[in-house]
Design a protein around this ligand. Structure first.
Ligand code: FES
Length: 332
């Protein structure tokens, strides 16, 4: 799946907090080679990656992700879902996104033996120390959760949902390992999951980790305090957040003179992609920098987590930031 990253934490005091991601702008750039491809579900491919030329890889902890630079130039982020103790390979799993160019390239154009460059690992979804854990994964959201469940051992319980068993990666692996006393809840067998009821099963003081589609995250954030007042909630998002307090504006792409209207509920990135489908992006949450472009005129309402004050005078992160006025002219 084209990956994302954002963390919300509700702490022991039980207030639901939003905190900036612990960003690390530097990282290890490593040339990797695809060692193995596995069909993990109907539209999910698992890739095992080794360092080109061999050798050990940087250590990582559950919740970490890597930036993947594809041969086409696209950049995407994927959670590491293998074994942190295996220092010779990383594993990622990629769901094919309808219309998604990054996931299509990984599914269709790359074979065993092909090379990729990665950067990382980085971790903005860390596993805190807790007396017990409840993990709720939806679909491809299992990828960061799987190493966490393994690390939690007997202190963790896993609830894993998805459209159907055929669409849910790693079911066999979870079943074979008896991981996290897993409850498997496919929608077509059990109905749409009732998040409050699931989270109510957490023990007092438990750390609850949720990774899945936006409605699941929203439901968890609404009810976590109510059902687990002494615990903490940790969520990770694989998609863009909805636009808040947006209003319409025009974007002019200076190199062609094209002007696109940005709707109140859409991102500048989405509007630009209507006329420039190959424009670069990755996290869609304002922290990776891949969608940054120069601003030639107009004031920007900066909503990213990355640009420095000096950079903000000249650049915009298209995935989250907007015009402060009626128009921006971009160096695109
Ligand atoms: S896509 Fe990552 S900052 Fe915009």
């Amino acid at each position: 799946m084209d990956a994302y990253l954002k963390v919300f934490v509700s702490g022991p005091a039980a207030a639901v907090l939003s905190r900036p991601n612990p960003l690390r702008h530097s990282g290890f750039d490593i040339d990797m080679v695809i060692e193995k491809r596995v069909r993990e579900a109907a539209d999910v491919v698992g890739l095992s990656l080794r360092r080109a030329g061999g050798g050990t890889l940087p250590s990582w902890r559950p919740g970490a992700h890597v930036d993947v630079f594809l041969p086409s130039g696209l950049q995407r982020q994927y959670s590491l879902c293998g074994d942190p103790a295996d220092r010779e390979r990383y594993r990622i799993a990629v769901r094919r996104i309808p219309g998604g160019s990054g996931s299509a390239e990984l599914h269709d154009a790359l074979e065993v033996g092909d090379r990729l460059r990665i950067r990382g690992p980085r971790n903005a979804f860390t596993l805190v120390d807790a007396p017990s854990y409840l993990f709720l994964a939806g679909g491809i959201g299992i990828t960061p959760i799987l190493p966490m469940v393994r690390a939690a051992g007997a202190r963790g319980q896993l609830v894993y949902t998805g459209r159907s068993r055929a669409s849910m990666p790693f079911l066999e692996e979870i079943g074979a390992a008896g991981i996290g006393s897993a409850r498997i809840l496919p929608d077509d067998e059990c109905g749409v999951p009732e998040v409050a009821g699931i989270l109510a099963a957490a023990e007092p003081g438990a750390a609850v980790y949720v990774c899945g589609p936006p409605p699941m995250l929203a439901a968890a954030q609404r009810c976590a305090f109510e059902v687990n007042p002494t615990g903490s909630l940790h969520t990770e998002r694989f998609s863009a957040r909805p636009v808040v307090d947006g209003r319409e504006f025009d974007l002019t792409l200076a190199r062609t003179g094209t002007t696109v209207r940005v709707g109140a509920q859409e991102t500048a990135l989405a509007a630009v992609r209507r006329v420039l489908p190959d424009v670069s992006y990755s996290c869609r949450q304002g922290f990776c920098g891949s969608c940054e472009v120069g601003v030639l005129s107009g004031a920007v309402d900066h909503r990213d987590r990355r640009l420095t004050e000096s950079a903000r005078a000249q650049r915009i992160s298209l995935c989250v930031s907007r015009a402060a006025g009626d128009q921006l002219v971009l160096d695109l």
